[in-house]
Design a binder for this molecule. Structure first.
Ligand code: ATP
Length: 410
């Protein structure tokens, strides 16, 4: 819930920005807009041929201590919105009001002059943020130490690796403690150690700062943000503080209902796979409740082979990480190929996967030699429902018992 006691640091009202898909036309529109501005007319609000809205009608308020996550697929308009907030782009409509100093980490190396050294760039950026030379001198060591690039601080930034640029950028943006901090996906470039350090720093400064955070990493969004805007073709398709709901919607957008054959020697073909006893459907995706039994039915068409293969059936989560694998069938599992068909069930009692979307990948190996026969990804997707939204893949059924005197004497 928004903390109404805190002051609003960022207010965005009906923000829109359009771009043109074609450079020549864009230049021509630019000239037209310039002339019409000189005559005192506002820039065109309607789309002209080849134009599109990169950001359309976005509004939000952000208070000190709040972190807004901007999520959405590539090209949804997130970076464009950040650039407008940071004053790098002018909107075609709407208004941005920001109170206080803005620190931004937008494009890799943006805000740095490549021919100046790291040290000179710290002074430049500090000055842009509104700090005096004396204030920057006081922070200089902290910034260099945080970025862990003391050895290279007098080297031109153009010779820095991408990780070094991000280290310096984040160190300046965060150590100067701006009132508003804008962070684009760039943090993804840093190594694990630096990322952890950045998140620790964000946690530390958040109570005094308003943060706008763009990321494709949903664990990071859920860890940091207390409001989210899910962007789709420039518009907000979801906005609010139900982060779990926003993340579900984001993942559903990437839902791929078609299975993918990676390898086949032509002997086995998957004809059917079904989740038995689903409690419902979300779109076409079968739904189970946490702790339900998982019952899968498989049917393969078999050509010129009599030997039952070994099955490796894995569960992948929405980030495409393998999180579980079923025990392989052994020779004596009793499976049989009959009339060119191999049909069987796979059962697992009390599936304790956490809320969310999962998919099955299947690998068939020769029983004796383990040579590959068939490999298929995403043969089935299913959704687990639970009231609790937790990030680890397993929520284990647990009993808590009071530690009583009776237990002591037992
Ligand atoms: N200067 C520009 N001129 C024309 N089109 C642009 C310009 N900058 C961005 N666009 C277009 O605007 C749309 C939104 O781009 P933007 O970079 O904001 O997306 P994004 O959500 O940040 O994507 P990503 O996740 O890939 O970083 C895209 O279609 C992009 O091609």
């Amino acid at each position: 819930m928004p903390n109404k006691d805190q002051e609003v640091l960022v207010k965005v009202e009906g923000l829109s920005k359009k771009f043109c898909k074609d450079l020549k036309t864009s230049l021509w529109y630019g000239v037209q807009d310039l002339l019409s501005n000189l005559k005192g007319n506002r820039a065109e609000r309607e789309l002209r041929e080849k134009e599109f809205w990169a950001v359309k009608d976005i509004s939000f308020e952000l208070r000190r201590g709040e972190c807004l996550g901007l999520i959405g697929h590539n090209g949804a308009g997130k970076s464009t919105l950040l650039k407008i907030l940071n004053g790098l782009l002018n909107p075609d409509a709407g208004k941005v009001t920001i109170k206080g100093r803005v620190g931004a980490l937008i494009e890799l190396g943006a805000g740095f002059n490549p021919i100046l050294t790291g040290r000179e760039n710290i002074y430049n950026n500090g000055a842009i943020l509104g700090f005096s030379r004396k204030e920057i001198n006081e922070k200089l060591d902290e910034i260099i130490d945080f970025a862990e690039i003391r050895e290279f601080i007098d080297m031109p930034v153009q010779n820095y690796s991408s990780g070094m640029k991000v280290r310096l950028g984040f160190a300046v943006a965060a150590q100067m403690e701006p009132d508003v901090l804008i962070i684009d996906e760039v943090l993804a470039v840093g190594d694990m150690g630096f990322k952890l350090k950045c998140f620790k720093t964000i946690d530390e400064i958040l109570p005094r700062t308003a943060i706008v955070f763009v990321s494709h990493s949903m664990p990071q969004v859920s860890r940091l943000c207390n409001q989210v805007i899910l962007m789709e073709q420039g518009k907000s398709s979801f906005q609010g503080n139900d982060i779990a709901r926003a993340i579900d919607l984001y993942y559903n957008r990437f839902l791929n209902n078609s299975s993918q054959e990676i390898f086949s020697d032509g002997t086995f073909r998957l004809e059917k796979v079904e989740l038995m006893g689903a409690t419902g459907y979300e779109g076409k995706v079968p739904v189970l409740h946490w702790n339900d039994n998982l019952n899968l039915f498989f049917k393969f068409k078999v050509k010129n082979v009599k030997e039952v293969p070994r099955f490796v059936i894995s569960i992948f989560d929405k980030e495409q990480r393998p999180i579980a694998v079923f025990e392989k069938n052994d020779k004596n599992a009793g499976l049989e190929i009959k009339d060119g068909n191999l049909e069987f069930f796979v059962n697992h009692p009390n599936l304790q996967l956490t809320k969310g979307l999962y998919s099955l990948h299947v690998l068939l190996l020769k029983m004796n030699s383990s040579g590959p026969i068939l490999r298929m990804n995403d043969v089935l997707s299913f959704q687990i429902i639970h009231k609790e939204d937790v990030w680890p893949p397993l929520l284990l059924k647990t009993n808590y018992q009071n530690y009583s005197i009776k237990n002591l004497t037992q």
